[in-house]
Write a protein that binds this ligand. Structure first.
Ligand code: PEP
Ligand code: MN
Length: 341
């Protein structure tokens, strides 16, 4: 249920409603909007709760949330949420670019690529230290050594960094080094992992599963939100379909639907959808035009030597060119876009 408070309700009145929601065995989630405070009452509901809450002082209305993803639903939070990662804001006026190599591979590449993508206007760095590989014999990531390199690069470049965690046992370690925890497509329904990152206060980048519906994706976001972590950014990264022209099918419609269904910021990952660098700029522009709040793109200065996902990594020069095109599309849809240095 959503309890809509009368505009101008004071703190004591709001607190009384929060206490009563707790007494009914529901979890109160307060959302203070510009004009009104809305309190989500989440949990096992009984019919008798609605008139009880409606009669409390300061309550304007009590509405049922029709969506199964209660905290993620736009019904619960009509204004778009802004997720802050250090100085970077997702879901604000500006479209945010995250870029970097697929994986941290050594202690030089991430610095070189980071410098180049920052110069082109990227605001955040990416790099995996724990890699979900199809083959157990493929490079699995540098682990904690990789996280240390990521932290050093992020500090030197002055850019926050996002990196993937694959297992609840990696979360405690990763929060010491990274600014944003990435949940990969293969783990979108690893509910234990989702709850674990939900217990942290680090922003979470939640990729859509390879074969997950938008509804399932939002239910996964709900797992994180239900633990009290409000900072979730969704990421469309392509799904499996019969179409084989690209590695996955970039579902631009999912961006449009997700932006309508949830208040959470939505970004796109054209690199993993494409699987081939030639398609990356086109997909990025399509995502921005559709309303994405940003993108995460793999960039490498020598893709043929990359230990992971070389074929889809764009060269720094192509990235800079793509960023200029993004600037034009962002302006056309009323978004700001960071200038190149
Ligand atoms: C990645 O970002 O490197 C990655 C493995 O992405 P996904 O989980 O979307 O495949
Ligand atoms: Mn990758």
């Amino acid at each position: 249920m959503i309890v809509v408070m009368k505009s101008g309700s004071d703190d004591a009145t709001i607190q009384h409603v929060i206490d009563r929601i707790g007494e009914l065995g529901l979890q109160p989630h307060v959302s203070r909007g510009r004009f009104r405070t809305i309190i989500g009452a989440i949990g096992e509901e009984a019919e008798s709760f609605l008139p009880k809450l409606k009669s409390l002082p300061g309550v304007d209305d009590v509405l049922a949330i029709m969506r199964p993803y209660k905290l993620a639903a736009r019904e619960f939070h009509p204004e778009g949420s802004v997720v802050r990662v250090g100085p970077v804001e997702f879901g604000g006026r500006a479209c945010v670019g995250i870029a970097g190599p697929c994986a941290v591979e050594n202690d030089t590449t991430i610095f070189q690529v980071g410098r180049a993508v920052r110069a082109a206007g990227a605001r955040m760095l990416r790099g995996g230290a724990f890699k979900p590989r199809t083959s157990p014999y493929s490079f699995q990531g540098m682990g904690e050594d990789g996280l240390k390199i990521l932290r050093a690069a992020a500090d030197e470049l002055g850019m926050p960094v996002a990196s993937e965690v694959m297992d609840p046992r990696q979360v405690e370690l990763a929060v010491r080094y990274v600014d944003m925890l990435q949940i990969g497509a293969r783990n979108m329904q690893n509910f234990t992992l989702l709850s674990e990152v939900g217990k942290t206060r680090k922003p979470v980048l939640l990729k859509r599963g390879l074969a997950a519906s938008v509804k399932e994706w939002l239910m996964s976001a709900e797992y994180v939100l239900a633990q009290g972590n409000k900072d979730v950014v969704l990421c469309e990264r392509g799904i499996k379909t019969f179409e084989g022209a690209m590695r996955y099918t970039f579902d631009v419609g999912a961006v449009v639907v997700a932006k309508r269904e949830t208040h959470l910021p939505v970004i796109i990952d054209p690199s993993h959808a494409a699987g081939d660098r030639q398609w990356v700029p086109g997909l990025t522009l399509a995502g921005i035009a559709a309303g994405a709040d940003g993108f995460i793109v793999e960039v490498h200065d020598c893709p043929e030597d990359a230990m992971c996902d070389g074929p889809q990594a764009v060269f720094p020069a192509a990235f800079a060119e793509m960023m200029d095109q993004c600037r034009a599309v962002a302006a056309a849809v009323g978004r700001e876009f960071p200038e190149a240095e």
